[in-house]
Every structure is written in C-alpha cells, then in structure tokens.
Write a protein that binds this ligand. Structure first.
Ligand SMILES: Nc1nc2c(c(=O)[nH]1)N[C@H]1C(S)=C(S)[C@@H](COP(=O)(O)OP(=O)(O)OC[C@H]3O[C@@H](n4cnc5c(N)ncnc54)[C@H](O)[C@@H]3O)O[C@H]1N2
Ligand code: MOO
Ligand SMILES: [Mg+2]
Length: 427
C-alpha cells in the first residue's frame, strides 16, 4: 500500500526526533582523551586552590610587622635565613628580624604573611650572612595567594553536560581526575544510495557523479561530537538495501542514508525502512530544501533518510540529525539556535514552505549581518562550502529590503569573509 505522506512543520519534526532519541550512555575514559567530550558528572573541588598560602612573586617572605616604618631614608634590614623554591617546604619559620628568600609558587613559611619583590630590595652580604634592605611598608597579604582564593573545597568546578574545553582539562587535572565519566559518542553509520554514484577516487563516467554526500555527512557528524562510520554505497535495489542497513544497525547507534526518499521509481528508502520494521517519526517536512526528509526508528535506533540533493541533505542533517546527536550526548537540543541578523542586500523568495537559504553571517561594526548566497537550489553544491548559516524565510511571497532584520540559524562560526574580521585596538 502506498504511504500517504503528510508534511510536518519543522519545529514539530525536530521535537519528535528529540522525543524519540534514546538516552545516551556514559563511559569512563582517560583525561588525556577528554578534549571536547561531554562531561557526565559534576566535578567538585576535592580541595581548596591554592591548597596552601603561596608566594605570587619571586622575593622574600617576611612578617609585615617587620616592615612598619620602612622608608627610602630609613630602610628596614632583615637577615635572610633560608631559600625556598616552588615545591619546597620551609625548614624554619620566619621570626622577627628575619626573612626567607622565596620563589613564585613556593609555600609561605610559618610566621610570614607578605612578600617583598626581588626588585624592591637591596641584597647585602656581611661575614657570610645574607641581609636585605627594603624601603617601604609591606601590608599583610602582599604578593601572597591565599588558600582557597581561586576555588574552595566542595565548590562546583565543571558541571555535568559541559563540552570539555582546554580550560576544563586543566581544572580536571588540578583535582586529580585521571579517569573521567563522559557521555558516549554516538556512532553514526552513513550510507549513500543510488546507481549513479561513483567512489570519490573513480574517473567520471557519462551520467554518473561522485558520492559527495557521505564525506559531507562525515564532517557534520564529527562537528556535533559523533563518530562517523562510512558504510559505502548501496544500489537502488530493495533486498540489498534491507540486508545492508539491517546488518549495520547492530554496529551503530544511528544511521543516516542519503538519496532515494522522494517519489521516483528508484526511491526505495521508505520501503526499505518499512521492510526493516520501522516506526516512522515523519516522512515529509514542510520545508525547502529537504521536503522528502524522513526519520524512522528501527529497533529503538533512529534512521535519518536524508534527501540525495546535496544541499537538502545538508539541511536535513543540521535540522534533524544534529539534535539527535546532541541529545544522545546529554544536551537539551529541543530548540533551534536562532539569531537575528541584518540582511546585506535585497532578497525575495516565493515558496509554499519554510525555506532555508544558505548565507554568510558576519559581524560588521558590531552588528550581525547576513549575505544570502545566490546559488541556492537544493541540487547546488557551490554555496555549501562558504556559507555558515541559513536565513529562515517564511512560506509565501516574501520580499526583504537591504538592512531589514531576518532570522538566521548558524551552523558554523562567524568566519570566512573579510567583513567578519575587525581590527583589535591593542592600546
Ligand atoms: N515528482 C517529484 N520529483 C521530485 C520531488 C517531488 O516532490 N516530486 N521532490 C524533489 C525534491 S524536493 C528532492 S530534494 C529530491 C529528493 O531526491 P531523493 O532524496 O529521492 O534523492 P535521489 O533521487 O536519490 O537523488 C536526488 C539528486 O541527488 C543526487 N545525489 C544522490 N545521492 C548523492 C550523493 N551521495 N552525493 C551527491 N549527490 C547525490 C542525485 O544524483 C540526484 O541528482 O527529489 C526531487 N524530485
Ligand atoms: O525539498 Mo527538495 O530538497 O527542495 O529539493
Ligand atoms: Mg529521488
């Protein structure tokens, strides 16, 4: 029986994907492999930082009371009784009239509560005794990093759900977290479909094209923290496709296929999914490009049937596979990350559906501007490389004048264009 395909609004389709997304799993890995992974536990400070009062300068640890009355004309003199490198612990305390030479990061000796910088003293040696003279009063705590001034024991240091940055790595190392609980990265199987497809390295042949979607999806999977698994090209034959996708399902967390989801004679993907026992989440979306995008669940795993047209495939991934990848890694992925931008030229469109126009967003004089790309058909690749966002255009006949506001959806950072750069005023 032929399926009756009803186009779902984009927001509803995204919500349904997120609802159907199985919760991700947690694994424990080495800290040194954690960069950009998603933390699966709260990290609390297991001790204060600093853990001991320490010198913030190379200088001399003194008791500030020994500096009272020091001036250029009447310097104070203290006898130097020891020397401490970072990592040392003082052998003797600082007693009145005495100082200890101390390096940045070394623990403050008992009896000392301030540090005079090396540059602020005159060093003298008399009869093998070392002395310093300095010329100003030193307030208590001067150049001393106090216990817990950075972090106090028990404080939340890195929150569950954080994508671990290089700074977070330093914090985890500080607290001895060599093994870290992180969200598992979803493994995404990628199948291209179509008799016209050649491998990337193959010579062109009449009527054929190279498979460009698979490697593009691979990049998108990596961008959102997944692990891509290229599964190759399947021909437009139902039995082979059922076998190939069916056997791949056990090895991956989700599958993305491209092509074969429209209404053509060789568009068999929906039949293939059906044969695999799929629950269809939707089989058409009220959008352009990517109208025939289909998402189904087979044995609890999501299959994304993206369109074969390169730009439609790209949009389908950004709208529906991205939230699933993020959700699997523990993020709230139910909303779209939209921004408002000022359009840089007049624009008009006519479409019965919400349309995603590839565009370049950049910052000009502190304002987010957006320039639509001109080659915007679903089948066109050329604008995919440079663009970093979609302009969302409502259905119907739409005209936008230069400098009017539009909604954009970013899928890459502001970059790649002179206008996006600005000079830093260093002074
Ligand atoms: N009668 C109708 N025809 C079409 C409709 C429709 O509603 N009625 N929808 C059009 C729309 S919209 C789209 S989008 C496409 C969707 O096509 P499919 O998802 O079925 O994809 P294919 O037919 O397999 O291929 C379409 C196009 O994309 C090229 N392609 C496919 N795979 C790749 C790949 N891996 N790398 C690069 N390019 C690929 C393929 O050669 C075709 O040119 O259907 C419209 N038709
Ligand atoms: O919906 Mo199709 O993706 O416009 O070309
Ligand atoms: Mg087709």
């Amino acid at each position: 029986m032929k399926r009756i395909r009803k186009a779902l609004p984009v927001d509803e389709a995204i919500r349904k994907v997120v609802e159907a997304c199985p919760p991700g799993k947690v694994e424990e890995i080495d800290l040194f492999d954690c960069y950009h992974r998603v933390l699966a536990e709260d990290i609390l400070a297991s001790h204060s930082v600093p853990f001991f009062n320490r010198s913030a300068m190379d200088g001399f640890a003194i008791s500030s009371s020994d500096s009272i009355g020091a001036t250029r004309e009447k310097p104070k003199a203290l006898k130097v009784v020891d020397r401490l490198a970072a990592g040392d612990v003082a052998r003797v305390p600082v007693t009145p009239g005495h100082a200890i030479r101390i390096m940045t990061g070394a623990a403050m000796p008992e009896g000392a509560n301030a540090v005079v910088m090396l540059e602020k003293v005159t060093e003298k040696e008399t009869f093998a005794e070392k002395w310093i003279e300095f010329y100003e009063e030193i307030e208590p705590g001067k150049h001393v990093s106090q216990i817990g001034e950075d972090l106090t024991k028990g404080e939340l240091v890195v929150a569950k759900g954080t994508r671990i940055s290089e700074g977070d790595l330093a914090l985890l190392a500080t607290f001895g977290s060599r093994r870290v609980a992180v969200q598992k990265q979803p493994v995404i199987g990628i199948y291209a479909t179509g008799a016209e497809l050649l491998q990337v390295e193959e010579a062109l042949q009449p009527g054929k094209i190279r498979n460009s979607n698979s490697v593009m999806i691979m990049g998108q999977v990596r961008k959102y923290g997944g692990v891509p698994k290229l599964l190759g090209i399947i021909p437009d034959r139902k039995e082979e496709a059922v076998k190939a996708i069916g056997s791949a399902l056990s090895e991956v967390d989700m599958i993305v296929t491209t092509g074969g989801v429209s209404v053509g004679d060789y568009d068999l993907m929906l039949d293939v999914y059906e044969e695999l026992g799929a629950d269809f989440i939707f089989d058409r979306v009220a959008m352009r490009p990517g109208k025939p995008t289909t998402v189904a669940a087979v044995h609890g795993k999501l299959i994304f049937g993206l369109s074969g047209n390169p730009a439609a495939c790209f949009v389908g991934f950004e709208l529906f596979a991205k939230p699933a990848l993020l959700s699997y890694q523990g993020f709230d992925a139910s909303g779209l990350d939209g921004f408002e931008a000022t359009i840089a030229e007049d624009f008009s469109s006519q479409s019965p559906f919400l349309t995603f126009i590839r565009a370049i967003a950049y910052i000009e004089h502190g304002i987010v501007k957006v320039m639509p790309m001109h080659k915007n058909r679903a089948s066109m690749l050329s604008s995919l490389g440079q663009s970093n966002c979609f302009i969302l255009v409502q259905p119907g006949s739409v005209t936008v004048q230069e400098n009017e506001k539009v909604q954009i959806l970013l899928f890459a950072p502001f970059a790649g264009r002179e206008e996006s750069r600005f000079s830093i005023h260093w002074i």
